[in-house]
Design a binder for this molecule. Sequence first.
Ligand code: G3P
Length: 223
Amino acid sequence: MKFFIDTADLDEIRAANDLGVLDGVTTNPSLVAKIVKDPDNFTYRDFKEHIAKICEIVDGPVSAEVTTLTAEEMVAQGEELAEIDENVVVKCPLTLEGLKAMRHLSGNGIRINATLVFSPTQALLAAKAGASFVSPFVGRLDDISTEGMALVEQIVGIYENYRFSTEVLVASIRHPQHVVEAAMIGADVATIPFKVIGQLLKHPLTDSGLRRFMDDAAVMKES
Ligand code: G3P
């Protein structure tokens, strides 16, 4: 299972990358907006430079999202984003226009991450449009009392039936249990917020066990 980090924060990306278990990065306009210090002077060029900096840190797919609504505009923006680095994956929303853009971009060899996916039919369309990744948003479904992980299970099953190569990238992860369930279902990727990556390794019995081992290690004197 691949681990991506779901953030645009360079410090978080560096710290996660240093752990040695990071396979890629996903961003979206909301995550980018969070790291902008001076919103009045942040341009689209700054956004592209920021994506380039992420690509310098992580050797793996880096999702950068289009911010336009028509297929024509998404294609133009997607082509521009893909030029930043060979690791850039263009994120397009699963709308009618987004679907057209995905088909066009993937047909020209640009990798696509189909985002804002909330149903199995949307996931089926993403695969047929040649998306490299499909992003079901589990947390946002949980938020409206619908089991997000049930969608992941459906998508994994459908993709297996037809041997689609589109990778299932579980997004909108809120806690470690989402990662466990995604792994048990066999999802290809989990994109995880920095805080949750930290939570994956914490266990109180590890901490108390280590304290005891360190105390007992005091019996071993320097020779
Ligand atoms: O990758 C998409 C993800 O960032 C959405 O997460 O927590 O805003 O639902 P959230």
